[in-house]
Design a binder for this molecule. Structure first.
Ligand SMILES: Cc1cc2nc3c(=O)[nH]c(=O)nc-3n(C[C@H](O)[C@H](O)[C@H](O)COP(=O)(O)OP(=O)(O)OC[C@H]3O[C@@H](n4cnc5c(N)ncnc54)[C@H](O)[C@@H]3O)c2cc1C
Length: 295
């Protein structure tokens, strides 16, 4: 199907974007990678009369590490993390390789994925685990919102029609900390959206004590979820087998899946348990290996 007719703008500055937004209000939609918006328009699930293509905003195509945080511009694509293994945030690479296929990864942006707010999106779960926040700008104000307060409901966020998501900020661990992470995704076939997705990231000190833990869940709730109770169980503790099992079953309890043609509620909850256990166990093994190497 073809989308409804629309006017197309390709501004080169934020000022220009805000002028167009001011003129057209919620008739206008931001176009980033187009990998969610254009399929929705073709299916006539979205019919904006104005598209504002933001791909010319060059300052959004950068990553900076400043003030103990990684600042990711709104035009950084999924593929930018596919081949970049940053030892401070290994979860980015671990997640990116699971998103869709190379065509989608080449165009789709992390910011677009968050703004679209699909509960099954892989970045949603991963960035919740990383305790990221987002910078949101309108013509009149700039605000920073923790991602844990960003998702309101399925396909709904705190973004107002006149606002842009300009940057994603991820807190960085201390330089000497060990960080281990895994993203696991159950999918019916490669390139599919998650039936269940689980992001695990853990910071360990040299004694093997968890100083920080993040667990994000995809496709098991109305929005991407953070398993906050499981995270609190882990903090300040050694990663023993008992603790891993306890945290995994707590995360499963915190998930809120529905039964659909991809699987029953019980099955999806069980998969959260399996993936959290697998992620924490893998991180513990990575830490042991690191300790053996540096001994
Ligand atoms: C075949 C296929 C398979 C896919 N599989 C997966 C998958 O396995 N996992 C997964 O997570 N995703 C998957 N996706 C979705 C993909 O990751 C999209 O790239 C992503 O959801 C949206 O990013 P985008 O840059 O393409 O945004 P767009 O499609 O351009 O925009 C999406 C929405 O976000 C808004 N928006 C975009 N940027 C901004 C901004 N800076 N500020 C404010 N609003 C903004 C737009 O107005 C629009 O409402 C798939 C998509 C396709 C087509």
């Amino acid at each position: 199907m073809f989308p409804n007719p629309f006017q197309y703008y390709a501004p080169q500055s934020l000022d220009e974007i805000f002028q167009i937004l001011d003129k057209y209000g919620d008739e206008a939609k931001i176009l980033a990678g187009g990998q969610s918006l254009l399929p929705m328009m073709k299916l006539r699930l979205a019919a904006p009369s104005v598209l504002i293509d933001v791909n010319g905003i060059s300052q959004w195509a950068n990553v900076n590490a400043q003030d103990q945080s990684l600042q990711i511009g709104a035009l950084m694509r999924h593929r930018d993390w596919e081949h970049a293994l940053d030892s401070r945030v290994p979860l980015l690479h671990s997640t990116a390789v699971h998103i869709a296929d190379p065509l989608v990864r080449n165009r789709g942006t992390m910011a677009g994925s968050l703004a679209h707010a699909d509960p099954a999106a892989d970045w949603g779960a991963a960035l919740l685990a990383l305790k990221a926040s987002v910078a949101i700008q309108s013509a009149h104000r700039l605000r920073e919102v923790p991602l844990r307060e960003f998702f309101v409901d399925t396909f709904t966020t705190v973004l107002e029609p006149q606002e842009l998501l300009t940057e994603i900020r991820i807190p960085l661990p201390q330089n000497d900390a060990f960080v281990g992470a895994r993203y696991f995704k159950l999918e019916r076939k490669v390139g599919d959206f998650a039936v269940v997705g689980v992001a695990v990231t853990v910071v360990l000190n040299p004694e093997g004590v968890v100083t920080d833990a993040g667990i994000g869940l995809a496709a098991v709730g109305a929005t991407p979820l953070a398993a906050v109770n499981a995270e609190s169980l882990l903090r300040g503790q050694r990663l023993t087998l008992d603790l891993v099992q306890e945290a995994a079953s707590e995360a499963a309890k915190e998930s809120d899946p529905i039964t659909d043609r991809r699987g029953s509620e019980d099955y999806k909850r069980a998969m959260v348990n399996v993936f959290v256990k697998r992620g924490l166990t893998a991180v513990h093994k990575d830490w042991q290996l690191q300790m053996d190497i540096s001994a």
